[in-house]
Design a protein. Structure first.
Lengths: 256, 416
């Protein structure tokens, strides 16, 4: 299933693993921006509704050589044979041919979870419970994003509500394209260490365009061939070696 | 369901000339199965009311017990379409005395699998969207279409069996309908075979196309991965073995000879040869996967087997112990003369195919894909087990009722 590509926009992300402190601000910002409901305590670590998940990996050495790397992992917006788009039986997942954003149609999803098994990044999350928020938190809900119902699968869509706002603003200004910098995701905006950079990766002059072309950049599970649009950056050799090695070679600890 | 000479209360509904247990004894046999059905339905109700948080599934283990057992059950149910194909299309009349029971078993396996799938999806009310917004690239869409159509075909194949009931036969219009339907059975058997071949294959393709999961991904022919063909082959190999087991089980229970020994030998030989062909194809496929497919994406094949829970022993068990061995046994003349050996071989064959479905569904999800994540584990909840047990109970109840009131084994009277 080939992905059609129109225009010169491909939104993507560069995550500097060397800058990430694993604080989890990106996860909080993501949850608030996208009206992600609160998982009950019995949900446990693997039933959380987090469009972003920060994994921790250690180099396995003792002090003073011990080192840690944090990997914020969200939907990688695969550009080639997008695994989840390919398998969804009722076309409830779509990759926008104009900007490469992979998004889900919650009202069409019937919760078969085939996309979750297809995704090698475990970036898709199932709504195990009815969406509820503590009473006071309901006031913080974003009016631009619909809460999702129980029994469907959801995931990062590069803050699609923000994209729609930016597009509407551009249209109001008579522009066909969203100007650079007008559309950024919540996680990249709030990262205190500036580890996450978002933008059009096809634009070589943009910050994200330069980062993804740097020698420090790599992608998770690149050999698989799904052409993800989220890049990670590091200068640390052990991090690169770990990511080039077999699954399960790191020490997994996650937020969320 | 023991054989007794006294006339049962519902004798007027029973097949003429056959001896069945008294109605009270039959009802006592059904009672625990109804209890199990009720328990399972309660478990399913909890899943509908509160959602799939009632299960042991999570975001890593999105598929679990239900999908594994569905895949296994549908493979076992292959005896129905394959027997229909051999009898009606290839005119292998040895299967005439078994075909009715095979159709009922197939119907139970398929309808049971669909019932479990209804519980397994988060929004079952939207299941029809697959027909309205189908993704032609999705193996699951192919599965859904084929399984639905094939269930209809099975129902059509079931109708003549029901219409042969002595009470219904007394209605001339129904008798004519049954006669006309029977003439069309070759058409339905062919359609059923086509649909079921595709369906079994699509279930294999379901995992084989997951190129993001190098453990499951397989190269293939045209749009279909090799698992597409292996699932068909393994299903038609194990279907006859399952028929042997089920017929033996019913025979033990009823203490009656239901089919001639020739039929058992035919099924055993068929299952054995197909199993050997399957094992050969599976071995070639495994070698290609270990030496070419997995290394192409940065894996050494045996790296998948470093976890003790899923070591190379499971590969050996699936191919040799529960594949080649029962295959060799089932074609052996010595085994044909010994029912215990034939049954042992049939059990081994069924276990082998169940292991294959387990490996494809559970092991695939347990293995990590990201460099910094660990091995995942999963334990089904009682609700999952309960929902599945209700399908088992449904199967036993429907088969028992069919056996009692319909002509599942046409030679039962003669072999008595």
């Amino acid at each position: 299933m080939k992905t059609e590509r129109i225009g010169n926009t491909r939104y993507g992300m560069a995550v500097d693993v060397d800058l990430c402190t694993g604080c989890g601000s990106c996860m909080v910002a993501c949850a608030i921006e996208n009206n992600t409901s609160v998982t009950p305590p019995e949900g446990g670590p693997n039933r959380g509704l987090t469009w972003m998940r920060v994994y921790r990996a250690n180099n396995g050495k003792a002090y003073p050589d011990a080192d840690t790397a944090y990997f914020p992992v969200m939907c990688q917006h695969c550009d080639h044979h997008t695994p989840c788009v390919m398998v969804c039986p009722q076309n409830a997942i779509d990759i926008d041919s104009e900007n490469g954003i992979v998004s889900t149609i919650p009202q069409r999803c019937f919760g078969c979870r085939y996309c979750m098994t297809a995704c090698p990044y475990h970036a898709r999350y199932y709504d195990w419970w009815d969406p509820v928020w503590p009473k006071e938190m309901e006031k913080t809900l974003s009016p631009d994003v619909s809460p999702r119902m129980r029994g469907i699968v959801e995931k990062c869509n590069f803050c699609h509500g923000r994209w729609q706002r930016a597009r509407a603003k551009a249209a109001a200004n008579g522009e066909r394209e969203i100007p650079p910098g007008e559309y950024v995701t919540a996680c990249s905006e709030c990262c205190p260490s500036g580890a996450i950079t978002f933008g059009n990766i096809l634009d070589e002059k943009s910050e994200v365009g330069k980062l993804v072309r740097s020698e420090r950049a790599f992608r998770l599970m690149e050999d698989v061939g799904s052409s993800p649009k989220v890049y990670y950056l590091t200068s640390r050799q052990w991090v690169r070696e770990m990511c080039d090695s077999l699954p399960g070679s790191g020490d997994e600890v996650t937020h969320g | 369901m023991a054989d007794v000479q006294s006339k049962p209360f519902d004798a007027s509904l029973l097949r003429r000339g056959t001896h069945k247990a008294p109605l009270s004894q039959f009802l006592m046999w059904l009672l625990p199965w109804f209890a199990l059905l009720g328990f399972g339905m309660f478990a399913s109700f909890l899943c509908f009311k509160y959602g799939l948080n009632q299960t042991g599934l999570d975001n890593r283990f999105a598929f679990g017990l239900w999908i594994f057992l569905d895949l296994a059950m549908i493979a076992f149910g292959a005896g129905a379409f394959f027997s229909g194909f051999l009898l009606y299309v290839l005119k292998r009349h040895e299967l005439k005395e078994l075909i009715n029971s095979a159709v009922v078993m197939g119907f139970i396996c398929y309808s049971g699998a669909i019932a479990v799938l209804v519980v397994d999806v988060g929004q079952p009310i939207r299941a029809w969207f697959t027909f309205y917004h189908p993704n032609v690239h999705s193996m699951l869409a192919e599965v859904t279409v084929c399984i639905t159509c094939y269930l209809i075909v099975l129902l059509i194949e079931y109708i003549p069996i029901m219409l042969k009931h002595r009470k219904l036969k007394s209605i001339p219009q129904l008798l004519v309908f049954e006669f006309e339907l029977h003439k069309l059975m070759v058409v339905f058997a062919s359609i059923g075979t086509f649909l079921s071949f595709f369906h079994q294959g699509s279930l294999g393709g379901l995992y084989g196309v997951l190129y993001g999961r190098p453990f499951a991904y397989r190269e293939g022919f045209a749009i279909w991965p090799s698992t597409f063909f292996l699932f068909i082959l393994s299903a038609i190999a194990v279907g006859p073995s399952f028929l042997i087991l089920m017929t033996t089980f019913v025979r033990k229970l009823t203490r009656k000879r239901l089919v001639g020994h020739v039929s058992y030998i035919f099924l055993a030989r068929l299952s054995g040869w197909l199993l050997i062909v399957y094992v050969l194809a599976k071995s070639i496929d495994t070698l290609i996967w270990l030496n070419r497919t997995a290394p192409a994406v940065g894996f050494l094949g045996f790296d998948f087997y470093t976890q003790p829970e899923f070591g190379t022993w499971i590969l050996f068990a699936e191919i040799a112990l529960f594949g080649l061995l029962p295959g060799m046994m089932l074609i052996s003349k010595k085994v044909h003369q010994s029912m215990p050996l034939m049954i042992t071989a049939a059990i081994l064959a069924c276990v082998g195919v169940a292991i294959n479905r387990y490996v494809m569904t559970i092991q695939t999800l347990a293995l990590p894909t990201l460099p910094f994540e660990g091995f995942a584990s999963y334990m089904p909840s009682w609700q999952e087990v309960g929902a599945f047990l209700s399908v088992l109970a449904y199967g036993v109840i429907l088969f028992s009722l069919s056996y009692r009131y319909l002509s599942l084994y046409p030679r039962e009277k003669e072999l008595g």
